[in-house]
Write a protein that binds this ligand. Structure first.
Ligand SMILES: Nc1ncnc2c1ncn2[C@@H]1O[C@H](COP(=O)(O)OP(=O)(O)OP(=O)(O)O)[C@@H](O)[C@H]1O
Ligand SMILES: [Mg+2]
Ligand SMILES: [Mg+2]
Length: 520
C-alpha cells in the first residue's frame, strides 16, 4: 500500500525496488503499469476540479520543475536532448511521426543522429508506445526500470525534503508524484537522458503553455499543427484562447513553424511570437512533396508532412555539419521517411473475410469529418452495407460529433450507415479493460449504465430513423456484432464496410482484438 495525493492504493506487491533489496534489477513490467494507473486522477477529483474551475496554469509548470529537480535534473539538462516540440489541436502525433521517421531514414544512411527519441500521446495498444527510441517502443523491461527509478527518486526526495506547497491557491502539498501523463513526461526525460538520445521529438499533451513538456526551455524548434476547438475546459472555448496556449511552446532563440491556420488563430500565434521575439514561419504545403506519396493523400496530411520536414531539417542542420537542406528537392532519406512512416490507428484499412475494417481514431468535430471523408472515399471503391462503430467517453459535446459524420458521408454521395453500433471503451466482454487501458477518469456508473452510448443511439435514431442502431457494452461485443452481420448473405461482390472511429481508446482496443495481439 502507498499513498498518493491523499489517496491510498495498492502498488502490486512485491514492488521491485523497495521491497526486494538486493534484487534491485528485477523488474515486473505489469507492476509499472498498475502503479502508473494509480496515478490517474479519479473521476470524483476530475469532477471536483472541473466544478471548482481548477485548470492547468503556471503552478503546473512550477511543479513540473520541482519534480524534475527531485529526480536530479534541471531544465538546462534537457537542452542535451535537442528537442523538436510540437503542439496543435490535430496532427501533432502525425507531425512528430513524420519528423522522427525522416530522422530515422537519415540515420540509416548517415549514422547520424545516433539515437532518436519520440514522445507521443495517447497510446494506441500499449502505454510504452508513448516512449520510442529509433522508432521502436521501449521494451517492457526498460519501461519498468526507468519507471521505478523515477518512482523511487520522487518517494525518497519527499522523505528527505518533506512535502512542498507550490500551488498556493489550493493550499495543499504537491502530490508525491505527478499525475499519469505528467509522470510519463517526467520519466521520458530521465529515460532519454540516460539512454543518450541525440534528438528528441516531443508531442505536447494538452495545450502548450502549461503542458508538462513545456519545461523544455531551449528546443531546437517548435511546430504548431492545425488548430481547432478541443479540450475547452482546460484551454478555453474560443480558437483565440486555444491558440494562446499552443503558442506557449515557441521560445526565443529557437526556430518556430506553423502551417496555414484560420485567421483568428493565425493572428494570436503571430502576436505571441512577436511578444517572445520569435520569427514564426508559416509554411504552405511544401512544393517538394509533389512527387512524394504521403498517405492518406489529403491536404491535412501534407500540412503535417510539411511541418515534419521543416522540423527535421532544423535538427539535422544542428547535429550534422554535412547537412544542408536542398530547397529544390527532398533527398531519398526524406522521401523514404515520409512514405514509410508508420502511424497506427489513423486511416487504417484491414480486410477480414467479408468485412473491410476502416479504423481511425479521430475524436474532434473537424477530424471526424475528415476521417469520414476518407472512409467515404474508400467506400466508393466497393459495394455493400456500411456499419459504424463509435464511442467517445466522458465528453458531453461528443453527441454533436454524430451530425458531422452523417453530413460528411452524405456530402461525399455515400448515403448513410445501415447499421450503427455504440459501445464503451472497455476492451473485453469477460475480462474488462486491458491493463494499458484501465481508466479511472470516467464515471464508472455511466459506463456501467451505458449512459453516453444510449444518448448517442437516441440521437442517431432521430437524425437517421432508417438506421439499425445498437448499444453494446464492450469493444469486443461491437466487433462481434459486426462479424455476426457478415454471416447474413451479401449481394454479389459485396463486402461490409465497417468504420470504427470516435476515440483512440476505442480504436486501440479494436486493433488489439482484430489482430489477436495483446502486446505490440
Ligand atoms: N492537420 C490535421 N487537421 C485535421 N485533422 C487531422 C490533422 N492531422 C490529423 N488529423 C486527424 O486527426 C487524427 C489524429 O491525428 P494525430 O494523432 O496526428 O493528432 P494528434 O494531434 O496527435 O491528436 P491527439 O489529440 O489524439 O493527441 C487522424 O486520424 C486524422 O483523422
Ligand atoms: Mg487532443
Ligand atoms: Mg496525439
Amino acid at each position: 500500500m502507498a499513498t498518493q495525493g491523499g489517496r491510498t492504493y495498492n502498488v502490486p506487491s512485491p514492488h521491485p525496488n523497495s521491497e526486494t533489496p538486493g534484487d534491485k534489477d528485477k523488474m515486473f513490467p505489469q507492476d509499472a503499469i498498475d502503479a502508473l494507473n494509480s496515478l490517474q486522477t479519479p473521476y470524483a477529483i476530475v469532477e471536483a476540479r472541473r466544478k471548482a474551475g481548477i485548470r492547468p496554469d503556471a503552478a503546473s509548470i512550477a511543479e513540473m520543475h520541482e519534480y524534475l529537480r527531485r529526480i536530479g535534473y534541471t531544465s538546462s539538462d534537457l537542452d542535451r536532448l535537442n528537442v523538436l516540440h510540437v503542439a496543435g489541436t490535430k496532427g501533432k502525433g502525425s507531425t512528430c511521426a513524420f519528423a522522427a521517421s525522416i530522422l530515422l531514414h537519415y540515420q540509416r544512411a548517415h549514422k547520424i543522429p545516433r539515437k532518436i527519441g519520440l514522445f507521443t500521446s495517447p497510446h494506441l495498444i500499449a502505454v510504452r508506445e508513448r516512449i520510442r527510441i529509433n522508432d521502436v517502443p521501449v521494451s517492457e523491461d526498460i519501461f519498468a526500470r526507468y519507471f521505478f527509478q523515477v518512482w523511487d527518486k520522487l518517494g525518497e526526495a519527499e522523505e528527505r525534503e518533506g512535502q512542498r506547497i507550490i500551488d498556493q491557491r489550493l493550499d495543499i502539498p504537491m502530490p508525491t508524484r505527478p499525475v499519469y501523463s505528467r509522470y510519463l513526461t517526467l520519466m521520458s526525460y530521465h529515460l532519454f537522458l540516460q539512454e543518450g538520445i541525440d534528438v528528441a521529438v516531443y508531442e505536447t499533451g494538452i495545450g502548450g503553455e502549461f503542458d508538462a513538456t513545456n519545461v523544455v526551455a531551449h528546443p531546437l524548434a517548435s511546430g504548431i499543427s492545425t488548430l481547432g476547438i478541443d479540450h475547452v475546459f482546460a484551454l478555453g472555448d474560443t480558437i483565440e484562447k486555444i491558440a494562446w496556449h499552443k503558442a506557449g511552446i515557441m521560445k526565443a532563440g529557437s526556430a518556430a513553424f506553423t502551417i496555414e491556420q484560420v485567421p483568428e488563430a493565425a493572428k494570436v500565434l503571430q502576436e505571441r511570437a512577436k511578444e517572445k521575439g520569435v520569427a514564426l514561419k508559416v509554411l504552405g504545403v511544401d512544393p517538394r512533396l509533389k512527387s512524394v506519396n504521403v498517405r492518406p493523400d489529403a491536404l491535412f496530411q501534407k500540412k503535417n508532412a510539411s511541418l515534419g520536414i521543416a522540423l527535421a531539417e532544423v535538427a539535422l542542420q544542428k547535429i550534422d555539419p554535412n547537412f544542408t537542406p536542398d530547397p529544390s528537392a527532398l533527398s531519398k532519406e526524406f522521401v523514404d521517411g515520409l512514405e514509410k512512416v508508420v502511424w497506427r490507428g489513423r486511416c487504417e484499412v484491414k480486410a477480414e473475410g467479408p468485412i473491410i475494417w476502416h479504423v481511425d481514431g479521430a475524436h474532434t468535430v473537424d477530424s471526424l469529418k475528415m476521417a469520414t471523408k476518407w472512409f467515404a472515399g474508400e467506400c466508393a471503391k466497393r459495394t455493400g452495407p456500411k456499419v459504424l462503430v463509435f464511442n467517445q467517453q466522458g465528453r458531453d459535446e461528443a453527441i454533436h460529433f454524430l451530425e458531422g459524420i452523417i453530413s460528411s458521408l452524405k456530402a461525399q454521395g455515400q448515403g448513410t450507415f445501415e447499421h450503427v453500433v455504440f459501445c464503451t471503451n472497455v476492451t473485453y466482454a469477460s475480462t474488462g479493460y486491458k491493463r494499458d487501458f484501465v481508466n479511472h477518469q470516467h464515471d464508472p456508473a455511466a459506463i456501467k449504465a451505458l449512459t453516453a452510448q444510449r444518448a448517442f443511439a437516441e440521437k442517431w435514431s432521430s437524425l437517421d430513423p432508417t438506421a439499425n442502431v445498437a448499444v453494446v457494452p464492450t469493444i469486443e461485443d461491437a466487433i462481434n456484432y459486426v462479424r455476426d452481420l457478415s454471416k447474413a448473405p451479401l449481394g454479389e461482390g459485396e463486402t461490409i464496410q465497417a468504420f470504427i472511429t470516435g476515440s483512440l481508446h476505442l480504436v486501440g482496443g479494436a486493433l488489439g482484438i482484430l489482430e489477436g495481439a495483446d502486446a505490440l
